[in-house]
Design a protein around this ligand. Structure first.
Ligand SMILES: N[C@@H](CCC(=O)N[C@@H](CS)C(=O)NCC(=O)O)C(=O)O
Length: 215
């Protein structure tokens, strides 16, 4: 049986959502962030040395990293559904978007948050990342103004990975100038499996990460 470790208001929402999309039978273990530091509790450190969410346990392994977990679940537990294979014309695009959420988009957003939490004071540092954040949002906006999902072939697990990063971006006030991204998020949130994930995982409130958000 698959175990999904879920931390409130966190990336593990992606994995609960993906399990619902794929119709996987899973045991959900809920962990609570420290109310002030927002860090993982000791219970998550006991599952994996990094104490990160998401973490899954399956077939005697404890696995972290959203992207790895997503591919693992699609192929090992989901019969390949919502992923793309090398035989797909969109395999390259799929891999790009799957990696993009954590590899390129999220780091700037994390700097934005930590900058606000630590009181700022280095305009050159944030200036560098502001340019990156804006450039990335313009890029995704252009793609999603042309189609409903990242891939022309339709909804995929890459949308699950990017979706949460954009929810975080929204709480940082970074979606105001991007109507196609807001419409995309509304589409994702309208999916039955997304709603079931919220029901099972608990409501998500990312406003704890909105300190100093762009206005
Ligand atoms: N790149 C990892 C990032 C995992 C990560 O940083 N998760 C956050 C939750 S959104 C976490 O566990 N934070 C609590 C902590 O670091 O103590 C992934 O995509 O899974």
């Amino acid at each position: 049986m698959l175990t999904v470790h879920h931390l409130n208001n966190s990336r593990s929402q992606r994995i609960v959502w993906l399990c619902e999309e794929l119709g996987i039978d899973y045991r959900l273990v809920k962990h609570q962030r420290h109310p002030e530091t927002q860090r993982s509790p000791e219970s998550l450190n006991q599952v994996h040395p990094l104490g990160k969410a998401p973490t899954i346990e399956h077939a005697g392994q404890s696995i972290v990293e959203s992207e790895a977990i997503i591919e693992y679940l699609c192929h090992v537990c989901g019969g390949g559904r919502l992923s793309r294979t090398p035989a797909s014309a969109e395999y390259g695009a799929y891999l790009q978007w799957l990696a993009y959420a954590e590899g390129t988009l999220f780091p700037g957003l994390l700097v934005d948050l930590v900058y606000a939490w630590t009181g700022g004071g280095n305009a050159a540092l944030m200036g560098f990342f502001d340019v990156e954040i804006a450039k990335n949002h313009r890029y995704i906006e252009t793609v999603l103004a042309q189609r409903d999902h990242l891939l022309a072939s339709g909804f995929s697990a890459a949308d699950v990975n990017l979706g949460w990063a954009l929810e975080f971006s929204e709480c940082r006030g970074r979606l105001k100038d991007f109507p196609a991204l807001r419409a995309y998020l509304a589409r994702l949130r309208g999916r039955d499996a997304y709603r079931r994930a919220i029901e099972r995982g608990g409501p998500q409130d990312l406003s704890v990460f909105s300190a100093g958000a762009a206005t």
